[in-house]
Design a protein. Structure first.
Length: 305
C-alpha cells in the first residue's frame, strides 16, 4: 500500500510535466522505474508506456478544451506513429537492456540540446513585456494629453487584457485554419510520427520529447501549441505498443495504475499552466528536464548512481 501511495504521488508531478510540456511522461518514468523501483529495462519501458496513455488522455482533453492544440496534426502524427510503435516494441524485446537505455539516453539528450538552442533564440519575457508596455503607452498618451480621465484609461486596459485573453484562447484554432495541409506538409507530420512511434515502442516513452522539438522546427508551430498537439498524437501512437507489451507480459500493472492515479489530475493541472508560463521558460524547463533524465540513465548503467 505504501508503494502504491508513493507511486501515485510521483505520478502527480509527472502528470504536471506531461500537461505542461506535451510529453507522455516516459522520459521521467523510465528513469524512475529503473532507479527507484529497480525494474528491468524492458519492464521499465513497458510499464512507462502503459501509464502514458491515461496521462496523455487527461492532458489532451484539457488542451483541447483550452484550444491549445492542433487536433488534425496530432491525429495524423499519432496514426503514423501507431504503425511503427509495435516495431519498436519487437526490437526492444530482442535487444539487450543496456542498448535500450543507451538509445533512450542518446535520443533524450539530443532533444534536450535542440530545445536549449531554441530557448536561447526565443525572445525574453521581459523584452516582450517592455515592447507591449511601450505600445500601450504610445497608444494611451494622446488620450491623456486631451484630458481623458484615468478611469477611462484603466477601463481601456482591462478591455485590452480581456481581448488578448480571447485571442490567446482562439490561437490554436486560428492557427490550424491557417495551416495548408499540402503533400509536403503532411509528409513532414508522418515523418515525425513514424520516428516518435518507433522510439515510443522501443524506449517506452510517449514520443513527445521527439515530437515537440520537431513540431517547432519542421512545422513552425509555437511551443504552446506543440505541447497539446503532441499529447493528441501520444494518445494514439502508444496504444499498439501497450497491447504488444501486455501480450509479452512485461507490464507491472500495480505500479503503473498507481502512477496513473496521480498523473491524470496532474496532467490537467499542467495543461492549465501552459498559458501562464512564458514560452522561453517553457523551453528551458523542457530542455533541462530531458537533460537530467538522460544523464541519470547513463550514470545508472555505468553503476555510478
Amino acid at each position: 500500500m505504501e508503494l502504491f501511495i508513493i507511486a501515485a504521488l510521483v505520478g502527480v508531478g509527472i502528470g504536471v510535466l506531461s500537461g505542461l510540456l506535451g510529453i507522455g511522461g516516459g522520459t521521467v518514468m523510465v528513469p524512475i522505474f529503473r532507479l527507484a523501483f529497480a525494474m528491468e529495462p524492458i519492464a521499465a519501458t513497458a510499464t512507462s508506456l502503459f501509464t502514458i496513455i491515461p496521462t496523455s488522455i487527461s492532458g489532451m482533453w484539457k488542451h483541447h478544451k483550452n484550444k491549445t492544440s492542433l487536433p488534425k496534426v496530432g491525429k495524423i502524427c499519432g496514426l503514423a506513429g501507431a504503425c511503427l510503435s509495435p516495431v519498436g516494441v519487437f526490437v526492444a524485446s530482442v535487444s539487450p537492456g543496456w542498448a535500450i537505455i543507451l538509445a533512450a539516453a542518446i535520443v533524450i539528450g539530443y532533444s534536450a540540446i535542440t530545445m536549449f538552442k531554441k530557448a536561447l533564440k526565443a525572445p525574453k519575457f521581459s523584452d516582450v513585456k517592455k515592447k507591449a508596455d511601450s505600445e500601450n503607452a504610445g497608444a494611451n498618451s494622446p488620450c491623456d494629453a486631451s484630458g481623458v480621465a484615468m478611469e477611462d484609461t484603466a477601463s481601456s486596459s482591462v478591455n485590452d487584457a480581456e481581448a488578448n485573453a480571447k485571442l490567446d484562447a482562439s490561437e490554436a484554432l486560428a492557427d490550424e485554419y491557417k495551416l495548408e495541409f499540402t503533400a509536403s506538409f503532411v509528409a513532414k507530420i508522418i515523418f515525425i510520427g513514424a520516428i516518435a512511434g518507433f522510439m515510443s515502442g522501443y524506449v517506452g516513452v510517449g514520443g513527445g520529447f521527439i515530437m515537440v522539438p520537431l513540431f517547432i522546427s519542421l512545422l513552425g508551430i509555437s511551443m504552446r501549441l506543440a505541447s497539446g498537439t503532441s499529447l493528441t498524437a501520444v494518445c494514439i501512437l502508444a496504444i499498439p505498443g501497450v497491447i504488444e507489451q501486455a501480450i509479452f507480459g512485461n507490464i507491472h500493472y500495480t505500479i503503473g495504475i498507481a502512477m496513473a492515479c496521480g498523473s491524470i489530475p496532474g496532467a490537467v493541472l499542467g495543461a492549465n499552466l501552459v498559458k501562464k508560463v512564458p514560452e522561453r521558460l517553457l523551453r528551458f524547463i523542457f530542455a533541462g528536464f530531458l537533460l537530467v533524465g538522460a544523464v541519470l540513465l547513463i550514470l545508472n548503467e555505468l553503476n555510478l548512481f
